[in-house]
Design a protein. Structure first.
Length: 88
């Protein structure tokens, strides 16, 4: 048990940096651009300016990318909010 706590304390700084601080700007920018893309695609499909077959698939991909980006943002906030003692 004591060894596990020492390992957790040693692993916490790399996790905090690579999964918390380093990925947060990229995830935020990706979320913003993908949300903008999804909104514009939805407007174009609704106005019937583009064919629905291909662009609905692109819209589906954009929704998946939005959910992935939001998951990374939440993980980053979690890693930045916990300390090394409560990290598991």
């Amino acid at each position: 048990m004591k060894l596990q706590k020492q390992v957790d304390r040693l692993l916490y700084p790399p996790y905090r940096y690579y999964f918390g601080l380093a990925s947060l700007p990229f995830s935020t920018v990706a979320f913003a651009f993908t949300a903008l893309l999804a909104y514009l695609l939805y407007q174009e499909i609704r106005a019937r300016r583009v064919s629905r077959k291909c662009y609905v698939l692109i819209l589906n991909r954009a929704v998946g990318d939005i959910s992935c980006s939001s998951c990374f943002i939440l993980c980053s906030f979690y890693l930045l909010s916990v300390d090394a003692e409560t990290f598991e």
